[in-house]
Design a protein around this ligand. Structure first.
Ligand code: MN
Length: 157
């Protein structure tokens, strides 16, 4: 049995923050609620060749760009690998730099912003393979989030 898996071990080689053999994917269906984001799935992708219950993805956000503001039941582990981030976590804004590791708990509103003028924000993000769909904020949720002035300044929808 173990022999079946032995030849599936592999190394994806990186060059300039792209991993050879990992497909480039659009971040999400087109929309205006995010900006300047690309994604690669490094492990646990739909091909299902790895014995994993999770996926590890690389996201890159261009300067001034941001991910969508969302929440969901599944949690995230995010490790910054390049650039600096400001991260909305419910009603606060946290700063993060390379090798900082964030845990984003279930049902936490979150949005990552690339704040360097000349360097993209790159981060690794692990999630459950089977997970619920993200929810976007309605007007009431936005009002609650924007009660904090720092969040109100940073938030993009
Ligand atoms: Mn998310």
């Amino acid at each position: 049995m173990s022999e079946d898996h032995a030849d599936r071990s592999r190394i994806l080689r990186e060059r300039d923050y792209r991993w050879e053999g990992a497909e480039d994917a659009a971040y999400k269906a087109e929309g205006t609620h995010f900006s300047g984001v690309r994604r690669q799935t490094l492990a646990g992708g739909p091909a299902g060749q790895e014995a994993l219950g999770f996926e590890t993805r690389y996201f890159q956000v261009e300067p001034g760009g941001y991910t969508s503001l969302e929440r969901h039941q599944h949690a995230h582990v995010v490790i910054i690998v390049r650039g600096h981030a400001e991260v909305i976590l419910d009603q606060r804004v946290a700063s993060a730099r390379p090798l900082d590791c964030l845990y984003i708990a279930p049902w936490t509103w979150h949005q990552l912003h690339a704040v360097d003028a000349d360097e993209p924000l790159g981060f690794l993000c692990s999630v459950d393979r089977d997970r619920d769909r993200p929810e976007r904020p309605d007007a009431d949720a936005l009002t609650r989030l924007c009660a904090d002035p720092a969040v109100a300044r940073r938030i993009r929808t």
